[in-house]
Design a protein around this ligand. Sequence first.
Ligand code: NIG
Ligand code: FE
Length: 438
Amino acid sequence: MRNMAEPATPSKTPQQADLMVVGASEIVTASGTQALGGKALDRVHILRDAALVVAGERIVAIGPEREIQSQWQATRTLDAGGGVVIPGLVDAHTHPVFLGTREGEFEDRLRGKTYLEIAQAGGGILSSLRGVRESSQAELVQALLIRMDRFLALGTTTVEAKSGYGLSVADEIKSLEAIREANARHPVDLVPTFLGAHDFPPEFRSDHAGYVELLCREMLPEVARLGLAEYFDVFTEGHVFGIEDSRRLLERARELGFGLRLHADQLTALGGAQLAAEMHAASADHLEHVTPSGMQALGQAGVVPVLCPLVPIFLRQDQEAPGRRMADAGLPIALATDFNPGSCYAMSLFEVLSFGALRYGLMAGEALTAATLNAACSLGRGSSVGTLEVGKLADLVLTDLPNHHHLTYELARSPVQSVIKRGKLVYRAAHVAREGLA
Ligand code: NIG
Ligand code: FE
């Protein structure tokens, strides 16, 4: 990457730009376009007395504030008020296309039922399926727009969005078209994933082979033809799509040009990680039950492990992904919410950063890299977002945190003051009390 301390070319007449961000205590960012693991996971730049300049949608300069001020003139200046500035957060795993919530199941779990018991009794994914099948595309878009407003207010500027609660040709296409429409109408960038292999719909309860056939013959080709998804995802788990079914689906998806993602080793150690490695998937997600050989396979194949530390807490499961061990083994872990109505009704990546620290032992810089650069790379967006560097999109979050350690230290309050997406100020926190750092 370019050396950020290096002064930009000196010139007498200041260059014109659209936006300048000044007054940050620290601008904190990873660098580069490749997902980072091992020691590099914590190699964030902490720029003090620095400013950042935006022209159009992109960052055109970043460096010492005094130099920047003498070299650039911007139409608009934003004062970060002595807070930390970070790249827009990237959520690499969400299921946001649903109508209706499942708080009853949450309470069933408080009474002792497990996620699997609820699913096998006809709840779980199938209860969300009813919601999607009964709703129109316009209703799904409306729900998505509200959710994207909330993501944005929490500092998330890129969201991977899975379908997967329709599970028929028409209902999956409706879900993916809703994602496409919300993407066009909202500043948050959505990355669409076709999760047709989330579960078996009721009409295929006793004909699993028939549904796999439908996916291969009809659904995958149709989604590909319409260009509605960049990725294909499969819930690889004993009670849904086993290793053989998953492999067949992934091979078909790859043949049709989709990037691949897997829900792998979430509830049992089925070998989803090994399959993700064999298929050279972009990501293997969850991994609560990953084995040492699964971890090794992921590392060798360069698959990004997308970890969702809030999920086992929400499901009241003891087993967690070995986040620390993966990072130490050099795996370029990403952190995500897994926002969905069943296993994690939470949208805040700031919360995920804190739980990445508390549950896996990640340092603030490691957690930030995982939820920005590494997440972006898992979505094929490493060269456009995930870091604050010249040439990348100007996606940034101004916080009221005094230093970057507070990214993980502080729990359960949004520190977001302003969000800039593609160079535009798209969110500003309302202040009801005094402004400042405390
Ligand atoms: O990531 N594991 C499968 N899919 C979701 C849960 C979806 C649901 O319960 O609605 C997950 O945990
Ligand atoms: Fe998920």
